[in-house]
Design a binder for this molecule. Sequence first.
Ligand SMILES: [Zn+2]
Length: 179
Amino acid sequence: MNNIKAQYKAINALLEANKGKSLTVKLMAELTVLMSSKVVSKSHISDDNGNVVAVFCYYHKKWELVEHIEYGSKASTKSGLNTMCKVGVNQWTKQQKEFKSEQTQILADIVNGDLSSENAKVLLEEANEYKTRVIPIDDKFQEYSTDEAPIVMPTKKVTKKVTKKDPLVDDENDPHSNH
Ligand SMILES: [Zn+2]
């Protein structure tokens, strides 16, 4: 394949890499991101209109399509969305809470003489492992999350020079510029 247009090279590469496999839903999800995205950062991807398409979920450690996997909003992030999907937030909170209560219990048992320090060490390690464990998202959402960062077309316009825009106009307040 020689004459692949520049803007389709990434798509072509993705298809080549998956040659022989059937076009899985997962691949389709990646392609959707690829085809609709322009801006990519380490944590989220937006389309041409600035709408966030995918977020790298801090809990699940996967790229998730926000159209299908729910995210709460958060003003302080660049994407305007939370850094973890809602399922992730709940799971993370639950694990932190259970870890703390387990820790408290272990300490109480030591104080009461019910637990040797050796056993306590093992239990604490287990508790810690549980705290940091990633419980995978429900199967029905798997197809909308991907391990690898979605391949994105190279944007040539990552420059220092702003050509068109008035530097005083804040991007966020950009009015609808439909003619
Ligand atoms: Zn998630």
